[in-house]
Design a protein around this ligand. Structure first.
Ligand SMILES: Nc1nc2c(c(=O)[nH]1)N[C@H]1C(S)=C(S)[C@@H](COP(=O)(O)OP(=O)(O)OC[C@H]3O[C@@H](n4cnc5c(=O)[nH]c(N)nc54)[C@H](O)[C@@H]3O)O[C@H]1N2
Ligand SMILES: Nc1nc2c(c(=O)[nH]1)N[C@H]1C(S)=C(S)[C@@H](COP(=O)(O)OP(=O)(O)OC[C@H]3O[C@@H](n4cnc5c(=O)[nH]c(N)nc54)[C@H](O)[C@@H]3O)O[C@H]1N2
Ligand code: SF4
Ligand SMILES: [Mo]
Length: 713
């Protein structure tokens, strides 16, 4: 992978450089930007930001390439009578969108309008998009790609702790704990600069356990690598909890003082004998025992999950089982201990808090809660009864396109590549009466649109993101955008005005943030004590951060310091106790059979980001990861008669994808792996199963049954 891994750039330290953060993943690495010729910027090291201390991966380092006018969209596009997308002026493009939305609404009602957002949008955009759907469109039908990301961990965290903040502690705690279990997480490829926290953990004498069906670059760093069959993490965690009980390792005082529901959870775990768990997972009983020993030996320990165990039709219960393991051993809400989820997208954390989710109002409030509706309606200056109820989840929304939902606005996602059962989703998108897409490039989804709006990018606009640590950060504008593009906030302002809502959609990010502060005040994700000035001075503030009480007599009341570490005194439940949830093993929605005998799992490579819409346009990244592949074990390859590089067809009940073989002993022989970054013949999501978790509505991206065949040349 040459130089697409962790990399340090030179530090010119010029007076004109602007400190900001990467446009891509949730680590939100700090970087300095200096304007250069050609309308782009140069990235240099920003050593003062503690999370990455100047280190960047190849994606962050090359992100400026997409700022060049030739690399991105600089004019709105509209579908002409002969079916081509042709350049148009902003007024024409916005008029077309507003006109179509209005006609759809008049004919079919407001719920025939859909909105699909993204976890890469800043807090201001996510907030404005949720408000736009409920106030300007009046529709309940809004959801976003974060549903495909960490929603199972969010649901399980809320269920157990009463609050979902991905990491309840900062990354800097990792090197100081005793043991970390990383479940279905591959930071060596997905957040390279974060790997040092795990290296330092081991240098300090701590141990790292990695649970992944593949021996990834991350697993290579581990003291113990467990390689379960995809989709069996729930059983694995239950087997470990069984051993914790059987070996007398339960922290009875902690369970008594800080939790509820232990007896039921304990009984459920005791039904999962180690030998039974070995049969389900393929992880041997001695390996299970070793994992329990390493996890329980030190005073403090952590479990961190990512998409491996979460993107399953039982993702919520699976995360719940890992949380139960933490609770039974007294490893949550104590210093250097706890359960955390490594959130993925640039604003994966903040994007899930401020109202672009189907059931949600800003501040992580519930749309079904009358008090929350009253509070937010007051900030918005509308009647609480005018706010719609909860809408469909992401996949269900996409599945309803062309039937119940007739017109769709997409902002910050590329579902043609990234949604499960993508051929069906693509067909649903094509069946819409009207599709509008706001993007920086002509993504595969934008290619299907009736109107495409070109928007400004990270270095061209100010806004806040909330990193995987729950740290609210200020991204600053470093350069002027090229002519022809507008910000997402300007788009929403322009559309709302055309729909007759003249007020309430400001285009200045700080003005939106000030409103978000008020809307979030008193909610679980309270940002009311955070302002742009403070963010500029403090390198981020951890929420919750309430403002000093308005009725406080003391005008100089000390500002809230923010909350780097949660739950140390009490959990966010009504009684302050963490809740055990009894869970039991169940099979994946699709198990292998004679016709589809192999398991497919999917994920990422270091040089490409998500649907690849951005990174496939960067030459260096494309050279490092030029296309899809099928990773398989030599034994499976031998059975198929396939050699390295041979074209393989992977066939599921949803469709067929073709990509070259990459043969490695680092994967289970019963499993193949495909990265999902590409459209076309090698699109992994042609194959994936949209079976949904009943609680989080997360699709089962990580497990489905397939048949693998060689393709005759
Ligand atoms: N380079 C790069 N970095 C990224 C992204 C990107 O697209 N590219 N995306 C960002 C985003 S939005 C996200 S969500 C994160 C995702 O970050 P990760 O969760 O680290 O990424 P994935 O590759 O999806 O999945 C992690 C691992 O889960 C394993 N896995 C598959 N099935 C199972 C299973 O059943 N059980 C277990 N235990 N493991 C399993 C896979 O083999 C894989 O190594 O990355 C972020 N960073
Ligand atoms: N098989 C399989 N599928 C998966 C996953 C998996 O592990 N396996 N992972 C899932 C996960 S975790 C995720 S997060 C999703 C992500 O999948 P997508 O939602 O498709 O993510 P991106 O490719 O980041 O899409 C973002 C789009 O918005 C554009 N964009 C970027 N910034 C902005 C902005 O500020 N404004 C606007 N208007 N547009 C912007 C980008 O150019 C891009 O076209 O994929 C999911 N799909
Ligand atoms: S790890 Fe994530 S935030 Fe850091 S440079 Fe790479 S993509 Fe950007
Ligand atoms: Mo994600």
């Amino acid at each position: 992978m040459q130089n697409t891994g962790t990399h340090r750039t030179a530090a010119p330290g010029t007076a004109t450089s602007t400190p900001t953060h990467c446009p891509y993943c949730a680590l939100q690495c700090g970087m300095n930007l200096t304007p250069v010729e050609g309308g782009t910027v140069e990235v240099s090291e920003r050593a003062d930001f503690p999370v990455n201390r100047g280190a960047l991966c190849g994606k962050g380092r090359t992100a400026p390439e997409l700022l060049a006018p030739g690399a991105r969209l600089t004019s709105p596009l509209v579908r002409s009578d002969d079916g081509a997308l042709v350049p148009a002026g902003w007024d024409e493009a916005l008029d077309r969108i507003a006109g179509n939305l209005e006609r759809t609404r008049a004919r079919y009602g407001a719920d025939a309008l859909g909105v699909f957002g993204g976890g890469g949008l800043t807090n201001e955009k996510a907030y404005a998009l949720g408000k736009f759907a409920r106030v300007a469109l009046g529709t309940s039908q809004i959801d976003y790609n974060g549903r495909f990301c960490m929603s199972s961990a969010a649901a399980a965290g809320t269920r157990a702790f009463g609050l979902d903040r991905g990491l309840p502690f900062p990354l800097e705690d990792i090197p100081r704990t005793g043991c970390v279990i990383l479940v279905g997480s591959n930071p060596a490829e997905t957040m390279p600069p974060s790997l040092r926290y795990f290296t330092e953990l081991r240098e300090n004498g701590g141990t790292l356990i990695v649970v992944d069906p593949r021996r990834t670059k991350t697993a290579e760093q581990a003291d113990l690598h467990l390689a379960p069959r995809p989709g069996t993490d729930l059983a694995l965690a239950l087997g470990m909890l069984h051993l914790v009980v059987a070996e007398g390792r339960v922290d009875a005082d902690y369970v008594e003082e800080r939790t509820s529901g232990w007896e039921e959870a304990r009984a459920a775990a005791m039904a999962h004998w180690p030998e039974y768990v070995e049969r389900i997972t393929g992880v041997s009983v001695p390996e299970l025992r070793e994992a329990v020993r390493l996890f329980c030996a030190p005073e403090a320990a952590m479990v961190l999950t990512a998409r491996g165990p979460e993107q399953q039709s039982k993702g919520t219960d699976t995360v719940g089982a890992w949380i139960n393991l933490c609770l039974a051993t007294g490893r949550a809400g104590r210093p250097l201990s706890g359960y955390g989820c490594l959130t993925g997208q640039g604003n994966g954390q903040g994007g899930r808090e401020h109202g672009q989710k189907a059931d949600q109002l800003p501040g992580y409030r519930k749309l079904t809660d009358p008090a929350a509706r009253r509070h937010v309606a007051e900030v918005w200056g509308v009647d609480p009864d005018s706010l719609p109820g909860p809408g469909r989840s992401a996949y269900e929304l996409l599945d309803a396109l062309g039937t119940d939902i007739r017109s769709l606005l997409v902002m910050g996602s590329n579902p043609v590549v990234s949604a499960p059962r993508a051929a069906h989703v693509e067909e649903r998108l094509r069946s819409l009466d009207f599709l509008a897409v706001c993007d920086v490039v002509l993504s595969e989804t934008a290619e299907l649109a009736d109107v495409v709006l070109p928007v400004t990018q990270w270095a061209e606009e100010t806004g806040t993101t909330t990193s995987l640590e729950g740290r609210v950060l200020l991204r600053r504008r470093a350069i002027t955008p090229p002519d022809g593009v507008r910000s997402d906030l300007e788009v929403l302002h322009g559309l709302a005005g055309r729909l007759g809502v003249e007020k309430g959609f400001p285009t200045e990010p700080e003005e939106v943030f000030e409103e978000l502060r008020r809307a979030s005040a008193g909610g679980p994700a309270d940002y009311s004590g955070i302002g742009y000035r403070r963010l500029a001075e403090e390198n981020g503030v951890f929420w919750p951060c309430p403002a000093p009480a308005a009725d406080s007599a003391d005008a100089d009341a000390v500002p809230h310091p923010g909350s780097p570490r949660l739950f140390l005194d009490r959990f966010a439940t009504d009684d302050g106790r963490a809740r055990f949830v009894p869970v039991a093993h169940r099979p994946s929605a699709e198990e292998p059979d004679d016709e589809y005998p192999v398991l497919l799992t999917t994920g990422r490579v270091v040089a490409q980001y998500q649907s690849g819409a951005q990174t496939r346009r960067v030459a260096e990244l494309n050279a490092a990861a030029p296309g899809p592949f099928v990773e398989l074990h030599p034994r499976l390859a031998a059975r198929l008669g396939a050699a390295e590089g041979d074209e393989l067809a992977v066939v599921s009940r949803r469709g067929r994808a073709v990509a070259p073989a990459r043969i490695t002993t680092g994967i289970r022989p019963d499993t193949v792996f495909m990265p999902f970054h590409w459209p076309g013949a090698g699109r992994a999501n042609t194959l994936t199963n949209p079976a949904l978790d009943p609680t989080s509505r997360m699709p089962e991206f990580k497990v489905c049954a397939v048949r693998v065949e060689t393709v005759a040349r």
